[in-house]
Design a protein around this ligand. Structure first.
Ligand SMILES: Cc1ncc(COP(=O)(O)O)c(C=O)c1O
Length: 405
C-alpha cells in the first residue's frame, strides 16, 4: 500500500493526496497556503453566515475558555452559556413553549429528532408509530439515522442494513405522501424534511407543499420535523425556514450557522407535542446525549453569532444578496449559459446544460478565485451573509467567464 498522508478526508476519494490547504479568511474571503485568495461562494459548507475573522467571535470564545473551557451537561450538571443559548434559540423559533436539546453537528441533530419522535410516541402510548417519512433529494447528514433518511441514493450505499422503517417519497409530490399516510397513517412517527432542500441540489419547496405536509401530519397524528441545518439563522431572510414558508413544525434540527462554524454545535428545538410525553412520564430518564452536548465554548460562540446576525440584520441582507445573485444568474440563463436557476434567500443553484460537467466548472472557477459547489449537474452558491455586492457580482462574472470559455 502506498504511503498516503494520515488525514483521511470526508467526502473525498480515499487515495487522493492533493487538496487546497486553507490557512486564513476574512469577511467573505479565504486564502490558501500558496497565497491564493478565493471568494467563498459556499460559506464553507453552507455555514459561515457572519464571515471569517470576526474578533467578537474570537473574544467570546476566548473569554469562555478562560472562565470554563469545558464541562459536560449530563445530569446533574449544567452551565450558564448553554442555558442562555437554549433560551435564545427557543425564543427565536416559531414553536410556542419549545425547549432545546444540544448536539455537536447536523447529523447528530437529525438522529436525535428521529429518536425523539419515536420515543415521544412510545411514551404517549403509541409504540407502533416508528415510521419516518423523508423525501427524495433530502440530505440529513451521515450518521445512521440521517443516512437512512437520505434522499441522495449514492450516500445510502455500502453501509449494510440501514435503520428500518424509514421510507422515502418523491420530493414534491404531496399525493404520494398522502398515499403513505392512507396505507400506514397509524404507524407514522414523523415526516422529516428540509424546508428548502440544500445538498440534494437546492430545491425550494413547491408552493403549498410544506403546508400540505403539516396538514397530513395533523390529520394522522404524526410529528413534522424541519431539518433547518442549512436554512436556519438568516439564510432565507428569517431566523428559520419555517417562518419563511409559514409552517409550524413540531421539531427543528439546526447546526451550522448557529455558531457560523466557529465552534461545532447543533441541536433540536423540541415543541410541546414531543416534550409533553417525555416530561410527564414518571421516572423516565432521557437516555440520549453527547459528551459535548451543551459545550460552553460552542454555546458562547452561538450567543455571539446570533448577536451579530441580529445587530447587522443579516437576515435582511440575505434577501438582497439573493436578489442580486438571482438577477445575475437569470441573465446567464437568458444567454443560454445555464439551463435553470433555482433557490431562495441567499442560497441558489444553477443547473448546467447536459454537456457541461459541474466539477470541471467548479475547478475552473477555483482557478479564478471563486468557490462554488457541484451537486450533480448543478453548481450551488450560498455565500457568507457579509459578502459585498461587488463580490456577488464577481461570483456571477466568474461563472459567466468559466461557462463561456
Ligand atoms: C439539511 C442538513 N441536515 C443535516 C446535515 C448534516 O450536518 P453535519 O454535516 O453537521 O453532520 C446537513 C449538512 O450539510 C444538512 O444540510
Amino acid at each position: 500500500m502506498s504511503d498516503l498522508p494520515a488525514f483521511l478526508h470526508p467526502f473525498a476519494p480515499p487515495a487522493k493526496t492533493e487538496f487546497i490547504r486553507i490557512v486564513g479568511g476574512e469577511g467573505a474571503e479565504i486564502w490558501d497556503d500558496r497565497g491564493r485568495r478565493y471568494i467563498d461562494g459556499m460559506a464553507s459548507l453552507w455555514y459561515m453566515n457572519v464571515g471569517y475573522g470576526r474578533s467578537e467571535m474570537v473574544e467570546a470564545i476566548t473569554r469562555q475558555a478562560e472562565e470554563l473551557a469545558a464541562y459536560h451537561t449530563f445530569d446533574p450538571f449544567s452551565n450558564p452559556a448553554a442555558e442562555e443559548l437554549a433560551d435564545r434559540v427557543a425564543r427565536l423559533a416559531p414553536i410556542e413553549r419549545a425547549r432545546v436539546f444540544f448536539t455537536c453537528s447536523g447529523s447528530e441533530s437529525v438522529d436525535t429528532a428521529m429518536k425523539l419522535a419515536r420515543l415521544a410516541h412510545r411514551l404517549a402510548g403509541r409504540p407502533e408509530r416508528t415510521l419516518i417519512i423523508s423525501r427524495e433529494h433530502g440530505y440529513h447528514g451521515t450518521n445512521f439515522g440521517g443516512t437512512s433518511a437520505q434522499g441522495i441514493p449514492p450516500n445510502r450505499e455500502g453501509w449494510g442494513p440501514l435503520v428500518p422503517d424509514v421510507v422515502s417519497v418523491p420530493a414534491d409530490d404531496i399525493e404520494a405522501t398522502a398515499r403513505v399516510f392512507e396505507s400506514d397513517g397509524d404507524r407514522v412517527a414523523a415526516v422529516l424534511t428540509e424546508p428548502l432542500q440544500g445538498a440534494g441540489g437546492v430545491y425550494p419547496p413547491r408552493e403549498g407543499y410544506l403546508e400540505g405536509l403539516r396538514r397530513l401530519c395533523d390529520r394522522y397524528g404524526a410529528y413534522l420535523i424541519l431539518d433547518e441545518v442549512i436554512c436556519g439563522f438568516g439564510r432565507l431572510g428569517t431566523w428559520f425556514g419555517a417562518q419563511r414558508y409559514g409552517v409550524v413544525p413540531d421539531m427543528i434540527t439546526f447546526a451550522k450557522a448557529v455558531t457560523s462554524g466557529y465552534v461545532p454545535l447543533g441541536g433540536v428545538v423540541v415543541g410541546p407535542r414531543v416534550r409533553e410525553p417525555l416530561e410527564s412520564t414518571p421516572g423516565f430518564v432521557l437516555r440520549h446525549g453527547y459528551t459535548y452536548s451543551g459545550h460552553p465554548l460552542a454555546a458562547a460562540a452561538g450567543l455571539t453569532a446570533l448577536d451579530i446576525i441580529e445587530a447587522e440584520s443579516l437576515g435582511r441582507r440575505a434577501l438582497d444578496i439573493g436578489a442580486r445573485l438571482r438577477d445575475g444568474l437569470e441573465a446567464l440563463r437568458a444567454d443560454g449559459l445555464v439551463a435553470e436557476v433555482r433557490g431562495d434567500g441567499a442560497v441558489w443553484a444553477v443547473e448546467l446544460p447536459a454537456d457541461r460537467d459541474a466539477a470541471t466548472i467548479r475547478d475552473a472557477a477555483l482557478e479564478k478565485g471563486v468557490i462554488f459547489r457541484p451537486l450533480g449537474n448543478a453548481l450551488a452558491m450560498c455565500p457568507p451573509l457579509v459578502i459585498g455586492d461587488d463580490q456577488v457580482d464577481r461570483m456571477v462574472d466568474v461563472l459567466a467567464e468559466t461557462l463561456g470559455a
